[in-house]
Design a protein around this ligand. Structure first.
Ligand code: TIH
Ligand code: FE2
Length: 284
C-alpha cells in the first residue's frame, strides 16, 4: 500500500471547514500531510514534526478541557489506559512515540496518512492491527469540535482505547469483516465503525452510560451535547440498517450503546459469517 486514495478532505479543505479562509493554516497542513504521503514504513520511524506555539496552544487547550470531562463521561477502559501515554499539556506528542506505546500494549501500530483514506483501505488496516492517523492539528478557532480527524482526535480519542485488548479485538473484527466484502457491505461496515469506534457509548453497571467512541472523547462540544440528554441513544445491533452518518454538519443525531466490547465483537463475527454465507446471503 504505497499510494492510497485520499477521499474528501485530503489537504483541500471543504468550504465549511473552520480553516478554509486561513492560508497559513492550509499551507502548514499541506506540508504536514506531505510528510505522510512521502513516508514509507520500510524507510524507518514516522517523521517527527516540530509543532508551532499556536499548535501547541491548541493541544494544551483541548487536552485540559477534555481531562476535566473524562472522570464523569469516559468509560473505565479508557480511564485505565489513559496514563500509559503520559500526555503532557505543554508538548504535542509525536506519532512515533505513541505508536511504540501502543505496540507494547496490544501490538497495534500507527501509520501516518495525509487525510481520509478510502473506507476499504482504512478498514483493511484494522484487520492487520494498523491504525492510520493524521498528524496535523485542528484549526485553533474551533477547538471544541472539528469536522474531520486531527492529531488531538487520533491521540486523545483513539490511542487509549486501542491500548485495551477487548476493545482492540472488536476493532480488528470490524476490519476482518471488511476483507473481501462487496462495496455495499464495506459501506455498512463503515457505518458500524462510525457508530462504535468513533461515536460509541457503553453501558456500565445498571445505571451508567459512558463514552468510548474516539469522536466523542476528542470533542468537548460533543461530549457535552450527549450529556445534555438531547440526542437519541439506541441499542447497538450491527444487523440493522444504521442511520446516515453526520460528518460535515455537526454532532450525530443518534448514538448507539454497547453492552460490552466482547458482546459487540461476537455480533460482528456473526455478521461477518452471515455476509460470507453463500446459502443465506445477508442483506440489509
Ligand atoms: N469531531 C471530532 C473532534 O472534534 O475531535 C473529530 C472527528 C471524529 C470523527 C470524525 S471527525
Ligand atoms: Fe477517528
Amino acid at each position: 500500500m504505497s499510494t492510497l486514495w485520499v477521499a474528501g478532505f485530503g489537504s483541500d479543505l471543504a468550504e465549511d471547514h473552520p480553516g478554509f479562509h486561513d492560508d497559513v493554516y492550509k499551507r502548514r497542513r499541506a506540508w504536514i500531510s506531505s510528510l505522510a504521503r512521502e513516508h514509507r514504513v520500510s524507510s524507518g520511524p514516522i517523521p517527527r514534526v516540530e509543532y508551532t506555539p499556536e499548535e501547541v496552544a491548541t493541544w494544551t487547550h483541548v487536552l485540559s478541557k477534555l481531562k476535566d470531562l473524562f472522570p464523569d463521561h469516559a468509560c473505565q477502559q479508557y480511564l485505565s489506559s489513559f496514563p500509559y501515554f503520559n500526555f503532557q499539556g505543554d508538548q504535542v506528542p509525536q506519532l512515533e512515540d505513541i505508536s511504540q506505546v501502543l505496540k507494547s500494549r496490544t501490538n497495534w501500530q500507527v501509520r501516518p496518512v495525509a487525510g481520509l483514506l478510502h473506507p476499504r483501505d482504512f478498514l483493511a488496516g484494522l484487520a492487520f492491527k494498523c491504525f492510520h492517523s493524521t498528524q496535523y492539528l485542528r484549526h485553533h478557532s474551533q477547538p471544541s469540535y472539528t469536522p474531520e480527524p486531527d492529531l488531538c482526535h487520533e491521540l486523545i480519542g483513539h490511542m487509549p482505547m486501542l491500548a485495551n485488548q477487548g476493545y482492540a479485538d472488536l476493532v480488528q473484527a470490524i476490519g476482518e469483516a471488511s476483507l473481501g466484502a462487496d462495496d455495499k457491505m464495506v459501506w455498512h461496515l463503515t457505518k458500524v465503525y462510525w457508530y462504535t469506534v468513533e461515536f460509541g457509548l457503553i453501558r456500565e453497571g445498571r445505571d451508567h452510560i459512558k463514552a468510548f467512541g474516539a469522536g466523542v472523547l476528542s470533542s468537548y462540544g460533543e461530549l457535552k451535547h450527549i450529556a445534555s440528554g438531547a440526542p437519541d441513544l439506541l441499542p447497538f445491533d450491527p444487523f440493522q440498517k444504521l442511520p446516515k452518518m453526520s460528518y460535515k454538519d455537526g454532532y450525530q443525531k443518534a448514538y448507539f450503546i454497547l453492552d460490552s466490547f466482547e458482546d459487540a465483537e461476537q455480533k460482528l463475527r456473526a455478521l461477518a459469517r452471515a455476509m460470507k454465507d453463500p446459502v443465506q446471503p445477508f442483506s440489509l
